[in-house]
Design a protein around this ligand. Structure first.
Ligand code: GZL
Length: 349
């Protein structure tokens, strides 16, 4: 995790402990559905988080709890969906029964939300989406969304792979890529997968396999071990989050192979997404991960700003994107272009 995320997460946790949110936090009691202190004029928010599968998710939860704290005028009801949409739908129905003022939803996958979001609208409760999207035909089932452009993240990473390998004189057809994907049907998986697949098609790269590692370290390790048994010429591993990259690197090194960007010397290049996990960032500084596409987890302050705007009848954006860059210790690529836009590569992170 970049130091700023780590410090903010620590601050969030400390604040939540001292801000009357009690000692319960998602990490100490992930099954908890805690009603966090209720002052009379506070805004009651029901927050359905999808789970606690990764460091990114924990940082996202900490950011939300810190922003929607009692000190900031909220009473928060937090529910951890434990990776199951059914649990999130139950949570939303409970929020409706509790007549919360707002529902904040971080949806596990894109489909299957029409019915319960219509129930929230029927109850007159605004819904704010964070992180992943929902693919409802009626966009008025939610007030607004805060998150990342995941396909752009994939496009930026593909642009970095192209720039780096061309600079090293590696022919496109000599890239043998496997994609260890995130949770199937999640917006992050859909966008990052599309970004790579389109670039592989356009550049003539050999995209050997796309297999879900479900955003977890253990599944990333298992999937990578299986891929090494299937293919003996993999030289690029595209991991759709840092936790899976850490697992994949472990599997590669356990198989007696080396990770790194020196493909011509037989190293296997690892690229990843998030930039929240400190181990992954350390690997990137050492060159074990060649490039990480930042995925900003700090949505809490933006959600609070949106709630205040809705409360005050002020205008607000329906779709709110967070700014993100690339991290790489490889100094040969300073920036990448996607379409007409250029994005910086942070070589000193
Ligand atoms: C991205 C988020 C993804 C992260 C993973 O915004 O949905 O889910 O990339 C997390 O680490 O599990």
């Amino acid at each position: 995790m970049k130091k700023k995320y780590m410090l903010m997460a620590l601050l969030a946790l400390t604040l939540s402990l001292f801000a009357g949110c009690g000692a319960i936090t998602p990490e100490t009691n992930p099954e908890s559905s805690e009603e966090y202190g209720k002052a009379d004029d506070s805004i009651t928010v029901g927050f359905s988080q999808l789970g606690a599968e990764s460091d990114w998710r924990s940082a996202n939860t900490d950011s939300m709890l810190s922003a929607l704290s009692e000190d900031n005028g909220y009473s928060l009801i937090y529910k951890n969906g434990q990776q199951k949409q059914a649990n999130q739908i139950t949570a939303i129905r409970t929020f409706i029964q509790q007549e919360v003022d707002y529902i904040v939803l971080a949806p596990a996958t894109e489909s299957g939300w029409e019915t319960v979001l219509a129930e929230a609208r029927e109850a007159g409760i605004p819904v704010i989406l964070v992180d992943r999207r929902v693919n409802t035909s009626d966009k008025n089932l939610y007030s607004c969304w805060v998150g990342s452009d995941f396909e752009l993240e994939g496009q930026k990473m593909a642009a970095w792979i192209k720039a780096f390998t061309e600079e090293k004189g590696i022919a496109a057809q000599d890239l043998h890529i496997v994609n260890i994907q995130g949770s199937e049907g999640s917006t992050a998986q859909i966008g990052r997968t599309r970004g790579l697949a389109n670039a592989a098609r356009d550049n003539g790269w050999d995209l050997r396999a796309e297999i879900s590692g479900d955003f977890t370290e253990n599944r990333g390790r298992e999937v990578m071990a299986a891929l090494l048994k299937r293919f003996d010429d993999i030289n690029v591993v595209y991991c759709e989050n840092d936790n899976m990259a850490i697992g994949a690197i472990d599997a590669i090194e356990s198989a007696g192979k080396k990770v790194g960007s020196n493909i011509q010397k037989g190293e296997i290049m690892i690229v990843s997404f998030d930039g929240v996990n400190e181990t992954a960032l350390e690997y990137a500084r050492e060159g074990k991960i060649s490039c990480i596409a930042e995925c900003n987890p700090l949505h809490g302050p933006r959600v609070s700003t949106l709630i205040r705007a809705i409360e005050n009848g002020a205008p607000y954006q329906k779709f709110n994107y967070v700014d993100e860059k690339l991290f790489s210790a490889e100094l040969s690529v300073k920036e990448v272009s996607v379409g007409d836009t250029t994005y910086p590569v942070d070589n000193d992170f």
